[in-house]
Design a protein around this ligand. Structure first.
Ligand code: AMP
Ligand code: ZN
Ligand code: FE
Ligand code: FE
Length: 276
């Protein structure tokens, strides 16, 4: 049987629903060889997963998902193989989480202005110390019966530009890439089909982007083929994962995407080149 990996997984350190240990258990059951937890603006899940997986035959590498601003758009940049104790990176992540906290307060104000009475404390409680985001607010809106479902909250109110949406202050892509590089990591363009900004890939590459996500639940066979071609053209390594949040209606679960182990070797090669 070929070996598989999953390099895009969320836990309850951001907007996923599983603990790092639960993710490791799932990965072990599936016989995966390598996983990365890529929580939004948090590396809190790495140590628990790494320690729990030690001696169980599963390699856990560092991962993160950062948001960067491209004009009005939001692009996601995944980071891997960085030092999880890099003080500059950790300081910046703290800052991003603080910005998200203030942003969430503003979204709650908007909700209240629309007559949907909501207490910010309720949203904080929902996040339980995780990187706070729109998913937590969506859950509270559902709990308070303002919407019929979690997805309804996004479709009616929380979508980008929607009545309750507040943008996050963000890095530029080149700042995000530099932040990962200075911590000894490599940078990957997340879900390019979802981001849908192919024309900017050349510029991202000149800013130091190292890899591109080929396997993602939003990328079917034809999209994977297209982004393999683009990746080859620019000398990017290939990556991929399930983008699991363990949340009904939000992508799949750990191991759902058949990402070949060879992709990890390509990532390691790029990492060695950058860090030699
Ligand atoms: P935030 O980082 O706070 O802007 O929230 C982004 C997160 O919200 C994403 O990582 C998804 O987990 C979730 N999300 C974004 N758009 C949608 C949508 N249309 N439906 C459901 N979840 C969404
Ligand atoms: Zn997410
Ligand atoms: Fe993303
Ligand atoms: Fe993600």
């Amino acid at each position: 049987m070929p070996d598989y990996i999953d390099l895009h997984i969320h836990t309850f350190f951001s907007d996923g629903r599983q603990s790092p240990e639960n993710v490791v258990d799932d990965a072990l059951k599936l016989g995966l060889k390598v996983i990365a937890l890529t929580d939004h603006d948090s590396v809190g899940g790495f140590r628990p997963a790494f320690d729990y997986a030690a001696d169980k035959g599963l390699e856990v590498i560092t991962g993160i998902e950062l948001s960067a601003a491209w004009g009005e758009d939001d692009i996601h940049i995944l980071g891997y193989l960085f030092r999880d104790d890099d003080s500059h990176l950790l300081e910046m992540l703290d800052k991003f989480r603080q910005i998200r906290h203030e942003r969430c307060k503003k979204m709650v104000t908007k909700l209240n202005q629309l007559g949907m009475k909501t207490d910010f404390e309720q949203v904080l409680k929902k996040a339980e110390g995780a990187t706070i985001g729109r998913p937590h607010l969506a859950e509270v809106m559902l709990e308070n019966k303002f919407v019929a479902s979690y997805n309804d909250a996004f479709q009616k109110y929380l979508y980008v530009g929607g009545p309750v949406y507040v943008p996050k202050a963000k890095l530029t892509p080149s700042e995000a890439i530099e932040l990962l590089h200075q911590a000894g990591g490599v940078a990957v363009l997340a879900h390019p089909a979802l981001t849908d900004r192919d024309a900017m890939i050349a510029e991202l590459v000149s800013s130091g982007m190292d890899g591109i996500e080929i396997f993602h639940p939003t990328q079917k066979k034809s999209a994977r083929k297209k982004y393999r071609q683009i990746g080859e053209q620019f000398g990017l390594f290939f990556s991929g994962g399930s983008d699991s949040h363990h949340r009904k209606g939000r992508y799949g679960d750990t191991g759902d995407q058949k990402v070949p182990y060879e992709y990890y070797l390509g990532m390691m090669q790029a990492w060695e080149k950058r860090n030699k």
